[in-house]
Design a protein around this ligand. Sequence first.
Ligand SMILES: *[C@@H]1O[C@H](CO)[C@@H](O)[C@H](O)[C@H]1NC(C)=O
Ligand SMILES: *[C@@H]1O[C@H](CO)[C@@H](O)[C@H](O)[C@H]1NC(C)=O
Ligand SMILES: *[C@@H]1O[C@H](CO)[C@@H](O)[C@H](O)[C@H]1NC(C)=O
Ligand SMILES: *[C@@H]1O[C@H](CO)[C@@H](O)[C@H](O)[C@H]1NC(C)=O
Length: 177
Amino acid sequence: MRNTLNVFGILAIFFTWRLCDSITYKLTNVKCESFNKSWVTINECRLKAISRNKTIFNFNATFHHPASHIYLDYELLKRESGYKPWLYKKRVDCCRFLRKPYDALSILIWNIYKDVSNLNHTCPFTGDILIKGMYLSSQKKTLPFPTGEYMLQMSWLFYRQVQFVTNVSYQFIESLF
Ligand SMILES: *[C@@H]1O[C@H](CO)[C@@H](O)[C@H](O)[C@H]1NC(C)=O
Ligand SMILES: *[C@@H]1O[C@H](CO)[C@@H](O)[C@H](O)[C@H]1NC(C)=O
Ligand SMILES: *[C@@H]1O[C@H](CO)[C@@H](O)[C@H](O)[C@H]1NC(C)=O
Ligand SMILES: *[C@@H]1O[C@H](CO)[C@@H](O)[C@H](O)[C@H]1NC(C)=O
């Protein structure tokens, strides 16, 4: 009996490890839109396939005036015959966050962007805002979500008005082989 339990325990660990070993995230779509072009123009918002399993995100926008009151509303949607709200909806005070990151999920998302962007400083933000070569990979640990297609919908508010949106879709696949 004990031995059987041990065998199951070892198998469980083995399979869990195999699962973790073969998780793939892949960017599938991006969409950006400015609602106030006198403040924000979006010059580039594009995915680029680098290889079969690596797609990168490049973003370039210009803030024509400094912004020092910035909020981000984000929501995670999961696709099942159309995108449906899924689990998370949050508002982040970006200027406060950049002084001292708070909220676990927001920190997780920030960690994906901070090294490939020029956003790593405190407010105000002005001029060209860049993200170069952001990608998702099996190396970058995120939450244990079920397999599927997701969209991270982000609305950026300056002084309480939505100025632009950036929507990033990605696939999350657990390969069992
Ligand atoms: C649009 O941008 C201008 C600055 O270029 C700003 O004065 C105005 O308040 C913005 N409109 C909204 C609705 O936020
Ligand atoms: C970002 O876009 C602006 C306006 O098109 C351009 O002048 C600038 O060179 C771009 N920056 C990068 C790093 O591509
Ligand atoms: C910016 O990056 C540096 C070095 O990676 C890090 O020490 C610092 O905490 C970052 N600042 C913010 C606001 O994330
Ligand atoms: C992409 O696939 C190749 C071979 O199929 C593999 O060696 C590599 O680690 C993969 N890269 C990522 C980022 O998953």
